[in-house]
Design a protein around this ligand. Sequence first.
Ligand SMILES: [Fe+2]
Length: 229
Amino acid sequence: MTDLLTLSAARRWDIYGPVHKGLRRAHGAMATRLGAADYGADLRPLLDDLRAHLEMAAQHLTHEEDHIHAALTARAPDAVAELGEQHEHHRARFAALTAAIARLEHGERADRPGLGRLLYLEFSAYVAEDFLHMLHEETVTWPLLCALFSDDELMAIEQAIIASLSPEETIATMRMMLPAMNPAERTGLLTGMKAGAPPQAYAAVIEHAARPTLPLSDFAELQRLGLAA
Ligand SMILES: [Fe+2]
């Protein structure tokens, strides 16, 4: 972990950290909901949210591949191959989850508690794998990226990912990330966004992502800093 201490102290561009914090928080929240659900009740809200969550997780893999892995390909092909294998494993897990959702939706009412438990366990396996995968990216891939790319290059890669998002995807991503980040990370992200994004787009992030997800005290701090109206 020495590399990480050095890289953090040097404030190298943390391309994985904030978005992975958001994914970890969202994975935990979804696992809790799947565990606490009444599988005899109307499952549509839960399963719609689960599908949206898996869609966002799948998009995250694609963003990393299209931008981070593409940049790494020329400079560290072995690292890309290993990351690619882990992503393909996730995709197989997504297929198993999709099948588990369909079995629950179409199952007999009496079978739903058991099918719900299977879905919960399948999701927990995915979360366990993704936590380890994200740990690998932050402790192995990030030091490699820092050795091979300048901060300006890492920022440009991240900017290209952000620029590829639709307005709806931007809001969904910010809803996931903002409540998971620490105050310094949140302030840094929003300060940069306020300076670079059109005012309407920034206002939408505040109204539809920050205000509904942050504790009152954290939102008040953004107001105090002039980052929220
Ligand atoms: Fe990844």
